[in-house]
Design a protein around this ligand. Structure first.
Ligand code: 1PR
Length: 555
């Protein structure tokens, strides 16, 4: 097999990149010292998280001159995400830190005045009619970043660069650049399904560099019904398939699904509902066009020897065939292994990232950490799982999964209520016209005197990059999302929010996107029970004029 060299210099999920490279027929050799760079033919510089963190690690290890030399010698080079940012002179994320300076410009942060930051999801990489490493105007690519290089027409082109662009909330930015032997993407091709694999292949087999700048072929005929919507410009509406995983009474690891978090059958047997095998279902949803897959280990509150962490093998297998972002939740907290060894949440997260996860999702531990944050007068301790993992892997790698329950408040009690209440269009059992949402821990087994606004604002301050907003009252009901809850949380934070719990048909997805500003919508039971496929949900959204990504099957 032909080889490609990958720089191993910083924490991050490089497993997906390795899997993507192997999928298109190449083998990875790792570079662990700068003197090995000279032997590389094709070199890839991956990078996630913080510009300063990545660049200072590269500089401290002495890699920058070696990379520069590789590029100057005309050998193929590809940068991904912070690997693209490294080509620039600098970034306002860490002004004291210098990049390679191939492009004399500096990155800036997206404005969060009118949109969620980080920019997470599937967006464009469009060129002005010219070829750039097989990027296609009808394809979408997976981005996750807060800093960008604004696109100013003609600026980089005048310096010989071919540029692909995207727009987020009115800000046009550089999605990919290429010149001569160099190509770099702000998006993650290894997480961009077949569209991304094509791009990696074009880099590895040299056809990308050969065809660079040639006119794009005319669009192919015969696109399917919703293609007009999928090829519309901009960030797509993200649909996430969620798999709650646990061991059933026979000892098998199964995907299950609860009604308001009760996953046992209603029949006399009260067995754990078995809706399928985790890897098989993840592959099915990927092929249906799911934009992300989330696995939640729902019995994580039980202590389990770390070596047996059930999700590790699931992630290893899934990440070989599923080229969209994978999130893993359950049990991400400091713990003591059965042999008495202390294991930090960061250690556990690292095991998951190395096995193919792109994000970790923290539930119970986030609630306890947020309570402690307020108790300390809103002081960050630096020791929480969120802070530690965000510090090492970037904010975008940390999701907080919230399991709230609605608490009704009568008009007479409203003034004394210390929580963030909202008026509700769905009054309580005694006609209460207001409610607040109480956080729970341990999968809903324990309710805290702490509300979702307090929680989400605290975890945002700690460095969480995204909120997975479940709702115990709505879970498994097929009655639609709790739009009031979603609107309340969206107005409390600037980070993206994933709406979860209650999806029962495609109109519920359309409704949550049209009636709230949610950034993504998640479904579980609707897909596991085969009531609707992800494709059917997306086709419906496209018919409503919403921009979606369509699954591309052919490499
Ligand atoms: O607390 O960090 O160990 O994480 C435990 C994780 O497990 C949390 O993310 C928590 O949400 C999840 N969890 C714990 N118990 C359950 C349960 O169901 N008994 N599942 C559980 C959470 C909610 C979603 C579900 C949506 C959509 N399930 O995963 O997919 O509600 O469902 P629907 O579309 O069918 O309505 P920690």
């Amino acid at each position: 097999m032909p080889t490609v060299h990958l720089l191993d210099y910083v924490a991050g999920n490089v497993r997906s990149l390795v899997n993507a490279i192997e999928k298109v027929g190449y083998e990875v050799e790792w570079i662990t010292r700068p003197d090995q760079v000279a032997a590389a033919e094709r070199l890839i510089l991956p990078g996630v998280g913080h510009f300063g963190h990545c660049l200072s690690q590269l500089a401290a290890a002495g890699y920058l001159p070696a990379i520069r030399k590789h590029i100057d010698n005309g050998k193929p080079f590809m940068g991904i995400c912070v690997g693209l940012q490294a080509l620039f002179r600098g970034s306002s994320e860490d002004p004291a830190c210098s990049g390679l300076g191939l492009i004399d410009g500096s990155l800036i942060r997206f404005s969060d005045a009118d949109k969620a930051v980080p920019h997470i999801g599937w967006n464009d990489a469009r060129t002005a009619g010219v070829q750039l490493y097989d990027l296609r105007p009808t394809s979408k690519y997976y981005y996750v970043h807060s800093y960008n290089y604004p696109y100013r027409q003609g600026e980089l082109e005048a310096l010989g660069w071919s540029v692909a662009t995207a727009t987020y909330g009115g800000e046009a930015f550089v999605g990919a650049v290429a010149r001569g032997n160099v190509v770099a993407t702000q998006f993650h091709p290894e997480k961009s399904g077949v569209a991304g694999l094509r791009m990696i292949r074009a880099f590895l087999d040299g056809t990308g560099a050969q065809s660079l700048g040639q006119a794009l072929p005319a669009p192919t005929a015969g696109l399917s019904s919703s293609s007009s919507s999928s090829s519309a410009p901009g960030l797509t509406r993200r649909i996430i398939a969620c798999l709650d995983v646990r061991t059933n009474d026979q000892g098998d690891l199964v995907v299950t699904k609860g009604d308001q978090y009760d996953v046992r059958e209603k029949s006399d047997s009260r067995g754990v509902r078995n809706l399928g095998k985790p890897v098989e279902l993840a592959e099915r949803y990927y092929a249906q066009g799911a934009d992300e897959v989330t696995f939640l280990n729902i019995t994580s509150f039980r202590d389990c020897p770390l070596a047996d962490l059930p999700m590790l093998e699931i992630l290893r297998l899934t990440s070989k065939t599923v080229f969209v972002p994978l999130t893993i939740g359950g049990g991400i907290r400091d713990t003591v292994d059965t042999d008495g060894t202390h294991v930090s949440a960061l250690d556990i997260a690292t095991m998951y990232f190395k096995s193919g996860a792109d994000k970790v999702s923290i539930g119970s531990d986030a609630v306890l950490a947020a309570e402690a944050y307020y108790a300390a007068g809103k002081q960050l301790s630096g020791t929480t799982a969120i802070e530690q993992i965000a510090g090492a892997y970037g904010n975008q790698a940390v999701v907080v999964s919230v399991d709230p329950k609605r608490v009704y408040v009568a008009a007479a009690d409203l003034a004394a209520c210390e929580h963030s209440t909202i008026p509700t269009a769905f009054p309580g059992p005694h006609g209460e016209g207001h409610c607040w949402y109480a956080c729970t821990i341990k999968g809903g087994r324990e309710t805290r005197d702490f509300d979702v606004v307090q929680l989400t604002q605290a975890v945002e301050a700690m460095g969480c990059g995204e909120i997975l907003l479940n709702c115990i009252d709505k879970d498994g009901t097929n009655s639609g999302y709790d739009l009031e809850l979603i609107a309340q949380v969206k107005s409390a934070v600037h980070i993206p929010v994933i709406a979860s719990s209650g999806a029962g048909n495609p109109t519920h997805f359309a409704q949550v996107f049209e009636k709230t500003t949610t950034d993504a919508a998640l479904g579980a039971g609707i897909f596991h029970r085969s009531e609707y496929t992800v494709t059917e949900v997306k086709d419906y959204l496209a018919q409503q004029g919403l921009v979606i990504r369509q699954f591309e099957g052919e490499l």
